[in-house]
Ligand binder design. Structure first.
Ligand SMILES: NC(=O)C1=CN([C@@H]2O[C@H](COP(=O)(O)OP(=O)(O)OC[C@H]3O[C@@H](n4cnc5c(N)ncnc54)[C@H](OP(=O)(O)O)[C@@H]3O)[C@@H](O)[C@H]2O)C=CC1
Ligand SMILES: O=C([O-])CC(=O)C(=O)O
Length: 217
């Protein structure tokens, strides 16, 4: 069955494919009246696409869901953003093999397999991080959407050969005070590229959509 036919017969589309899939499928799905859950959140760093999607969702009275993905702390960030937030930082540490193929790594000729100790590969705003590492720091996009946007959210990407887990640390400061979170993610049993928690967050978001009881922000 073609995508165009499929979206006419469903209530909710779950995108878990790629940033290109977000560009291609999500506008069509929203126009067809579907709610949409997006995992390739990095696509939303493109301001034009972001405003288009938010606009179509509003016009068609559809919901766009962005699960917490591979990070913890989006609940606190959501609460904190009801008042002023002064800074949000994300530090992502991955085994070098988890960063292979990233455009930033290719463009800079970084020889990941030769790294012997932890190495900071990138430091900059989330707007650049998600383009440099589209399959690795979608979490930076989710944090940007929940908090202070893609330009003000600061991201560090570190390759660490001593790691077997994907480690994401978030620090947020604002009128509420300050919090820090750290998660050490095991890979998904069926897909070593992606943290298991990201898949679980999609399952949890589905349950939240269907449940009459909502817990947490
Ligand atoms: N929000 C978060 O915290 C996280 C988000 N992600 C993101 O979620 C997405 C899925 O992750 P993951 O499962 O690890 O990715 P994979 O690359 O392992 O799998 C993606 C699958 O989607 C297919 N696909 C990609 N683009 C299209 C398209 N345009 N139309 C149809 N099928 C398509 C691919 O097919 P083929 O191989 O044939 O191209 C592949 O089977 C990725 O964008 C990833 O970056 C991942 C982890 C955490
Ligand atoms: O799975 C992870 O740890 C995070 C990830 O790839 C992403 O955010 O794109």
């Amino acid at each position: 069955m073609k995508i165009e036919e499929l979206i006419r017969s469903v209530d909710l589309v779950v995108e878990s494919a790629s940033q290109n899939a977000v560009r291609f499928i999500v506008p069509q799905a929203l126009k067809a009246g579907c709610d949409v859950m997006i995992l390739s959140v990095g696509a939303l760093a493109d301001e034009e696409l972001r405003e288009t999607l938010f606009g179509i969702a509003k016009e068609n009275n559809c919901k766009l869901y962005f699960p917490s993905g591979a990070v913890v702390g989006i609940d606190g960030l959501n609460s904190a953003s009801a008042a002023g937030i002064s800074s949000v930082t994300l530090s992502t540490r991955k085994p070098p093999s988890g960063l292979m193929g990233a455009p930033y790594v290719e463009e800079h000729g970084i020889e990941l397999e030769k790294l012997e100790k932890e190495t900071v590969l990138f430091e900059g705003p989330a707007s650049e991080a998600v383009k440099a590492f589209p399959a690795n720091v979608n979490v930076a996009a989710t944090i940007s959407l929940a908090g202070i946007g893609f330009r003000r959210t600061r991201v560090k990407v570190i390759a660490d050969p001593s790691l077997s887990r994907n480690v994401h640390e978030i620090t947020v400061e604002g009128e509420f005070g300050k919090f820090s979170t750290r998660v050490e993610n095991l890979p998904s049993p069926e897909n070593p590229k992606t943290s298991y928690l990201a898949a679980l967050s999609a399952v949890s978001t589905l349950k939240k959509i269907l449940s009459p009881v909502q817990i947490g922000t």
